[in-house]
Design a protein around this ligand. Sequence first.
Ligand code: DCP
Ligand code: MG
Ligand code: MN
Length: 310
Amino acid sequence: HKHDGLDKSQNPNHQTIEILQQMANHYDSSKSENHQWKVPAYRRAISALRKQNSKITTKDQALAIPFIGSRLAAKIEEIVWTDRLRHLDNIALEPQDIALQLFLKIYGVGIAQASTWVNQGFRTLHHLTQHAHPTKNQETGIAHFEDFLARVPRPEIDSHAKYLRDVLARVAPGLQLTVGGSYRRGAPDSGDIDFVVTKPGTSLAVLRTVMTATVIPLLFGSKYLRARLATASDDSATGSKWHGAACLPGSRVWRRVDFLFVPWEEMGAAMIYFTGNDIFNRSMRLLARSEKRIFEILGVPYRPPEHRIC
Ligand code: DCP
Ligand code: MG
Ligand code: MN
């Protein structure tokens, strides 16, 4: 059985299958005749999806698979794109569904962890802290559940930026701080605060070292930074991201803060990435996949590879 678990999470469609499974289970236990008939279709789609060797991300890809019709195909595309089940907002919820939705709101907790806790019988945040052995990150997410769900008002983000620029001017002159994310898109409030840090003529390695060896420890010392919330993809030795929580002097609310370290030459692409939004970025990447289109956009006449020797 242990082996089964390992294979499951390695399936490229693991997350989609997990959510479809949740829906099938929901419809299965639903009292309504209207929903019962959907269950076999879901089960067939799940086992067909399990046999795929690559991640199915679009409706068309899903439609090409036997046993997946257009409605399920659309559902699969939606799951992949939104990474969550919007549908659950509109139907009567069972206690385990309510717990699942609650756990999914904890910062850093995904569908796999949330379902595991629900299946283990946990229903409240208190249960989790007492008996579920949460990781350090999860503990922070639970302890600051309300803080991290609260929106950050735009003026507060200005205060964070001012605080950080003052610190940088003193301890790491030359480092430049820009606020990206939804703030840069003009949002009146944001889910977190996204900082881009750069310095003209400075490599990523040097920038990372200045930040992780000097600036960040100092910010912990001044109690501005309160926790690091490293994710699996963060690597302090080679990465360009730092995730954590911060609290302004005089405030009691912890805010999620992200730092992106960017070498000066890469600022253009990095600002596009870190300004988002995420859906906009996906479309941009899709366009950027076409080599010819990039020439077109840059206004350079297309040259085949063998004619690119200058
Ligand atoms: N980003 C992306 N793809 C993702 C997540 C993020 O391209 N899956 C990029 C675009 C985002 C930026 O990183 O704008 C910052 O990510 P956030 O999660 O902080 O998203 P936003 O700042 O856009 O919104 P929010 O107000 O919820 O923080
Ligand atoms: Mg953000
Ligand atoms: Mn962010």
